[in-house]
Ligand binder design. Structure first.
Ligand code: NAD
Length: 425
């Protein structure tokens, strides 16, 4: 029987970079990685900080700071999202870039890992301000990004429209359309069918597999979701379509609960109208902290890093914790969750659907082809299921948790590529 314990009283929640490095060291130890490869892969290969002025709607000029970090390029061009968030800094972007390297390797797409960001709160910006910041940031990244160099995608605070502005700006500088410079674009300008839902779809595919593995019927399973953006909204809608009952959703503005079931489409309408799901009719309020400890079967974390730490891991009652977000669980929470029998689907596996379909989009762009939505989803399901099975197999053979298994598989692949390429000169 599951015991819910709190094993320590921590005062410090690990930052994203601290988490990423602890996870790296653990996987490097597990695969007995040699000293030189460890030294190369523990740090980003390249990083840029750019500062740029933008004229705001009221005529004021503000100076913004943006980042792009390319963690590793041994398996192919760099790939990773662009985040617009007030707390984004170089350390967070470093961690996210490193996680992208492992994610791309785990699902075996031929990319290295990168991430970018601008320190800004997009909720305070008009559409025109958002466009000007995006375009100027893209101009600052000329020479750093490109279809064969580094291919950005949406992340927190950015979306298909942001990618359209990035693609247009980059193309303007070159004098012709270059759709393959970004993924997650609108379909009309070279986006892939299925990309908008891909990360959430991948989350649901991995949950289906994990539920099968532990004998949990998805039909009627009670699901709670933190975050209702690119990832959380799609995951909530698709798991509802798969027969589960969505009982709670929270976002930055509050949260909603209904033990009889929430309608994800009604929540989406509420979000569009008010900017948050909070206060949707027929629901009672739910805080983020209560959502983490909610009596449910499946908890999907699809907001930000550091949401479950040793301070609250003991309150998790879900049987499956699906990491739709990057780094939502800190390393000190992992042993507590494991001891309590919570099955964690680690981020680099759980949310890899986004980068898998980004890869499909890039391939379609390079070939000027368009695949059908069914083709995209079938291929996504088979790639993510194969990765899931590989992780679960290693976890069982080596007697380790799924996070360590996923990171060990990924790290071994990147290390092999790094070693095959050798040291130049
Ligand atoms: P988004 O900006 O579209 O949505 C983020 C959601 O989180 C919003 O609903 C927001 O209200 C909510 N949120 C923000 N702060 C919160 C807080 N303190 N408490 C509760 N909710 C909060 O972002 P997204 O693209 O959906 O990304 C979410 C996570 O998934 C991130 O960790 C991101 O790196 C990861 N991810 C995204 C993609 C993608 O394709 N967009 C792919 C892989 C991983």
């Amino acid at each position: 029987m599951k015991t819910l314990t709190r094993t320590s009283t921590p005062t410090h929640v690990a930052s994203a970079l601290e988490s990423a490095l602890q996870q790296f060291d653990r996987a490097a130890d597990h695969i007995a990685l040699d000293r030189v490869t460890r030294a190369i892969l523990r740090v980003p290969k390249r990083e840029w900080t750019v500062r740029f002025p933008v004229t705001m709607d009221d005529g004021r000029v503000e100076v913004f700071t943006g980042y792009r970090v390319q963690h590793n390029l041994s398996r192919g061009p760099a790939k990773g999202g662009v985040r617009f968030h007030p707390q984004t800094d170089i350390e967070e972007v470093r961690a996210l870039a490193m996680w992208m390297t492992w994610k791309c390797a785990l699902v075996n797409v031929p990319f290295g890992g990168a991430k970018g960001g601008v320190t800004v709160d997009p909720r305070q910006l008009s559409t025109n301000e958002m466009a000007r910041i995006t375009r100027r940031f893209t101009a600052e990244l000329q020479g750093i990004i490109g279809p064969n160099i580094d291919i950005p995608a949406p992340d927190v605070g950015t979306n298909a429209q942001t990618m359209a502005w990035m693609m247009d700006t980059y193309s303007m500088h070159h004098g012709y359309s270059i759709p393959g410079v970004v993924t997650g674009k609108p379909v009309d300008i070279g986006g892939s069918l299925g990309r908008a839902d891909a990360t959430g779809q991948g989350v649901v595919y991995t949950i289906q597999r994990a539920a099968e593995a532990i004998g949990l019927p998805l039909q009627g399973a009670r699901v709670a979701v933190q975050g209702f953006g690119n990832v959380g909204e799609a995951a909530a809608r698709l798991i509802h379509e798969a027969g589960a009952t969505l009982i709670a959703v929270t976002d930055v503005g509050g949260g909603v609960y209904n033990p009889d079931g929430l309608d994800p489409l009604a929540l989406k309408r509420r979000m569009k109208e008010t900017g948050s799901v909070d206060g949707a009719s027929g629901t009672t309020p739910m805080s983020n902290e209560d959502l983490i400890g909610l009596d449910c079967d499946i908890l999907i974390l699809a907001a930000l890093e550091g949401q479950v730490s040793a301070a609250n891991a003991g309150t998790v009652k879900a049987r499956i914790l699906a990491e739709g977000a990057n780094g939502p669980t800190t390393p000190d929470a992992d042993p507590i969750l494991r001891e309590n029998g919570v099955v964690v689907i680690p981020d680099i596996l759980c949310n890899a659907g986004g980068v898998v379909v980004s890869y499909f989009e890039w391939v379609q762009n390079l070939q000027s082809l368009q695949w059908t939505a069914a083709e995209v989803n079938d291929r996504l399901r088979s790639v993510i299921t194969a990765a899931f099975d590989e992780v679960w197999q290693m976890a069982s053979t080596d007697g380790i948790d799924a996070r360590l298994a996923a990171q060990s598989i990924a790290l071994a692949r990147v290390a092999e590529a790094q070693q095959a390429r050798g040291i130049y000169p």
